[in-house]
Ligand binder design. Structure first.
Ligand SMILES: Nc1ncnc2c1ncn2[C@@H]1O[C@H](COP(=O)(O)OP(=O)(O)O)[C@@H](O)[C@H]1O
Ligand SMILES: [Mg+2]
Length: 257
């Protein structure tokens, strides 16, 4: 785990989440502890249903932990969406009746900030995600990959220090998905945001991350942490290296469905 220190931006201490259900309580995640430092790209890898989204939703302020604590930027998460985080979901979740630009402004409106103060930034982000000419288009005029890039721009509009991403490329085809990984890395190289990235793809986690935390199947616990020393920027042919295969192999042995 990352050492506690001045640059620690996220901390989870002994966190558990239990859902009530008609068949009795369901333990989704159990005794999770982790931390992240500024500038890190950390992936959480685990099988479907192991509680990845549950953890991310608690950090995003969208639901509460049953016990333990989560903190962002030194303050406990209080169940409110935090000004310093951006969120990207598995589906882009764009509003179809709004243009691309208006969709990007959703967090600005939600935080009651002035759109005019963020107009230049919105256009800069559209350029960054490769969609400079699409501000006035509607979501249904865009491909899935383009919509997901709008979602990424939206998550960054208020210049959050940390972006939480919940399987952002899972709905895309394999080729687009690989391309998006490279593009995300390029975007972050310029924007310097920290990312907590959730995925069930081992190569995707290794390709993107500084560290990968592996979760067990339900109830999810952290079972292993793997550092990824591959140098950056990483091109797709990094996936063909022996070092990449060795890291994926180590994680694959731990991956329990
Ligand atoms: N709102 C809910 N009510 C009851 N059970 C839930 C709810 N959300 C998730 N779960 C259960 O909690 C476990 C973890 O779910 P989730 O966090 O979505 O996992 P993942 O994102 O890793 O697929 C699963 O067993 C799931 O069925
Ligand atoms: Mg999930």
């Amino acid at each position: 785990m990352a050492a506690a220190g001045a640059s620690e931006i996220l901390r989870v201490d002994d966190m558990s989440v239990v859902y009530p259900s008609s068949r009795g309580p369901i333990s989704a995640v159990s005794n999770l502890s982790m931390s992240m430092n500024a500038g890190e790209f950390v992936s959480i890898l685990g099988p479907s249903g192991c509680g990845k989204s549950t953890l991310l939703n608690v950090l995003a302020g969208l639901q509460k932990a049953s016990s333990g604590q989560a903190s962002l930027f030194g303050k406990p998460v209080d169940g409110q969406p935090h000004r310093n985080i951006g969120i990207v979901f598995q589906q882009a979740r764009l509003l179809p009746w709004l243009t691309v630009l208006e969709n990007i402004f959703i967090p600005i409106d939600a935080m009651r900030l002035k759109r005019a103060d963020y107009l230049d930034r919105a256009h800069a982000l559209l350029k960054l995600v490769g969609l400079p000419k699409f501000a006035k288009h509607y979501p249904d005029e865009l491909s899935g990959g383009m919509q997901q890039r709008v979602g990424l721009a939206r998550s960054m509009i208020h210049d959050p220090k940390l972006i939480l991403m919940d399987e952002p490329f899972a709905a895309l085809d394999a080729m687009t998905r690989e391309r998006m990984s490279v593009e995300l890395q390029e975007i972050l190289g310029k924007s310097k945001q920290s990312v907590l990235f959730i995925t069930h793809s081992i190569p995707e986690a290794v390709f993107l991350s500084d560290r990968v935390l592996m979760m067990s199947s339900s109830p999810g616990r952290f079972i292993e942490e793997v550092h990824v020393p591959l140098k950056r920027p990483r091109a797709l042919d990094a996936m063909a290296s022996g070092e990449f295969a060795e890291l994926c192999g180590r994680l694959r042995k731990l991956y329990k469905h």
